[in-house]
Design a protein around this ligand. Structure first.
Ligand code: FAD
Length: 418
C-alpha cells in the first residue's frame, strides 16, 4: 500500500498532522491501535501553564521566550519563539475550520473548571464548557448544578463547595428520567458515554429540558456534567433553546464525551478529505535502507507492507505505548529510535508523587526539525510529533495539548516544504 505520508497514531497529534496534509493534497493513512488521550481529555488544550522553574504563566505567547532559555531540549525551544507564535495562531484557526469549536488564545490563558470545582489555567477550551477569565472568581453569582441520579463519575458536592468559596451561590439538583432507569439497574452502565447516548434522543432531551426549567429557578447559568452529544452535534444548543437558559458543562471523570466527539470530528474531517484511517491496527516494525525507512508492517496486514515518502510517528507516550518502560530502559518499540532517559531506574521517579517526575521528561530524541535518530544518525523521512517527544513535562508545565498540536503542524509543514 503506497501513500505520500504514513502517520502512526490517531490521537490529537496524528489527526492534526493528517488533516493538515490531506488538506494540502497529500495521500495519507493514519494507522491507530486504539483509544488516545483525547478519550480522557479535560475538554481543554494546555499550551503553557508553568515554566520549567515553576513560575506561573499567564501569557504563553510572551513567556515562551523564558521557556526557551530554561529548557533547550523542550519541543517549544526547537520551534523557537517566532514559530511557536505562528503555529498557535494557525492551530486556533484550523481547529475552527475543522469544526472544533474552541475558545481561548495563546496571548492569555483562561481558566477551566476541574472535576473538583477548582480552576486551572489553559489555552483552548471546547465552547460548551464553563470557564473563567480570572483564577479566583467565577463569571456568575448564582448557578444551579445538576447531576444524573446515580452517576458516580461527577461529584457535585465538591464543585458546590469550591464555588461557594468564591462567593457564587450554588444549588445542586438531581435528574431523574424514565430512560435513565434501565442504566441505573446496573451501576457499571451508568457511565458518561451511555448517558450521552440517551440524551442524543430528542424525546429524552425534551424531558431533561422540562426538568431543568422546573428546578433551576432564576440562576444565571445551569451547569451539567459533560454527558451531552456523543453522536450528535448541537445537543447543548438545542437544550439552551428549549429551556431559554444559558447552559454549560463541567468535566466528568473519564471517559470524556466531548473528547471522544473531538476525536470523531477530526477523524471524519480527515476521511472526508480523502484520508485513510485504519483503526484497530498496530504498526509492528519497519525496514530501513540507509538513512530512510522504506517499509512498515502492521499486525492486521501481515506481510503486506506500507510504503511512503514520509512517516510521522505520533504514537503517544507510555499511556498509548508509544514509549515503553522496561526494567532497565525506556524504548520506542517500532523503530527503536534513540530515547532520552537516565540509566538508573531509581532516578526515574521521585517518591513524592506530587514532585516533578523525571520519567515524564523522557522521550524520543530528535533533530531540531523533529526527525528521529537511530543510534545517533538521523532517519531522513521519519518525523516525530506529540506526547512521545523528549524534553517536556506535560503535567508540571501544563503543555501537553500544545506540544501535540504544534509539533504535528510543524512536521506536516516540513513534509510539504520538501
Ligand atoms: C489520560 C490523559 C489525559 C490527558 N488530558 C489532557 C488534557 O485534558 N489537556 C491537555 O492539554 N493534555 C492532556 N493530556 C496530554 C496529552 O498527552 C496530549 O494532550 C495529547 O492528547 C497527546 O496526543 P498524541 O497524539 O501525542 O498521543 P496519544 O493521544 O497518546 O495518541 C497516540 C495514538 O497512537 C496509537 N498508537 C500507539 N502505538 C501504535 C502503533 N504501534 N501502531 C498504531 N498506533 C499506535 C495509540 O493507540 C493512540 O491512539 C493527557 C494525557 C493523558 C495520558
Amino acid at each position: 500500500m503506497k501513500f505520500d505520508t504514513i502517520i502512526i497514531g490517531g490521537g490529537l497529534s496524528g489527526l492534526v498532522a493528517g488533516n493538515y496534509l490531506v488538506r494540502h493534497g497529500q495521500r495519507c493513512v493514519i494507522i491507530s491501535s486504539g483509544q488516545s488521550a483525547l478519550h480522557f481529555s479535560s475538554g481543554s488544550l494546555d499550551l503553557l501553564n508553568f515554566l520549567p522553574d515553576g513560575t506561573a504563566v499567564s501569557h504563553p505567547s510572551t513567556s515562551v521566550a523564558q521557556l526557551v532559555a530554561q529548557a533547550p531540549a523542550h519541543p517549544y525551544a526547537k520551534l523557537g519563539v517566532v514559530k511557536f507564535n505562528e503555529l498557535t495562531a494557525k492551530a486556533e484557526r484550523l481547529m475552527e475550520e475543522w469544526g472544533i469549536q474552541l475558545e481561548g488564545s495563546a496571548l492569555k490563558n483562561h481558566y477551566r473548571v476541574t472535576p473538583m470545582g477548582t480552576l486551572k489555567p489553559t489555552w483552548l477550551t471546547l465552547k460548551e464548557y464553563a470557564v473563567a477569565e480570572s483564577e479566583n472568581s467565577l463569571p456568575w453569582k448564582k448557578v444551579a448544578i445538576f447531576n444524573v441520579a446515580g452517576f458516580l463519575d461527577f461529584y457535585t458536592q465538591f464543585v458546590v463547595d469550591e464555588f461557594r468559596k468564591w462567593g457564587t451561590e450554588c444549588e445542586s439538583h438531581l435528574i431523574h428520567l424514565p430512560a435513565l432507569e434501565n442504566l441505573r439497574k446496573n451501576p457499571s452502565e451508568m457511565r458518561s458515554v451511555n448517558i450521552a447516548r440517551l440524551f442524543d434522543q430528542t424525546e429524552n432531551l425534551d424531558l431533561l429540558a422540562l426538568d431543568l426549567q422546573r428546578e433551576a429557578g432564576d440562576v444565571e447559568v445551569i451547569l451539567l456534567p459533560a454527558v451531552l452529544g456523543i453522536t450528535q452535534t448541537g445537543t447543548l444548543k438545542y437544550l439552551c433553546q428549549k429551556t431559554g437558559k444559558e447552559i454549560r458543562v463541567l468535566p466528568t471523570l473519564p471517559p470524556s464525551v466531548p473528547g471522544i466527539r473531538t476525536q470523531q470530528r477530526l477523524r471524519k474531517c480527515f476521511q472526508d478529505q480523502g484520508g485513510v484511517y485504519m483503526l484497530g491496527d498496530t504498526v509492528l516494525r519497519a525496514e530501513k535502507e540507509q538513512d530512510r525507512v522504506v517499509r512498515l508492517y502492521s499486525y492486521n496486514h501481515g506481510d503486506i507492507p506500507f510504503v511512503a515518502e514520509n512517516v510521522i510517528l505520533a504514537s503517544g507516550s507510555y499511556f498509548s505505548q508509544g514509549l515503553v518502560a522496561a526494567p532497565d530502559r525506556v524504548y520506542e518499540p517500532i523503530f527503536d529510535l534513540d530515547v532520552d532517559f537516565v540509566a538508573h531506574r531509581n532516578q526515574w521517579y521521585d517518591l513524592n508523587v506530587f514532585a516533578r517526575q523525571p520519567y515524564h521528561g523522557f522521550g524520543v530524541k530528535t533533530t531540531a526539525d523533529f526527525r528521529g535518530l537511530y543510534r545517533g544518525q538521523m532517519l531522513k523521512n521519519v518525523y516525530v510529533a506529540g506526547a512521545l517527544l523528549e524534553g517536556f513535562n506535560p503535567i508540571k508545565e501544563g503543555c501537553g495539548g500544545g506540544v501535540s498540536v504544534l509539533t504535528a503542524l510543524y512536521v506536516a509543514e516540513q513534509i510539504l516544504s520538501k
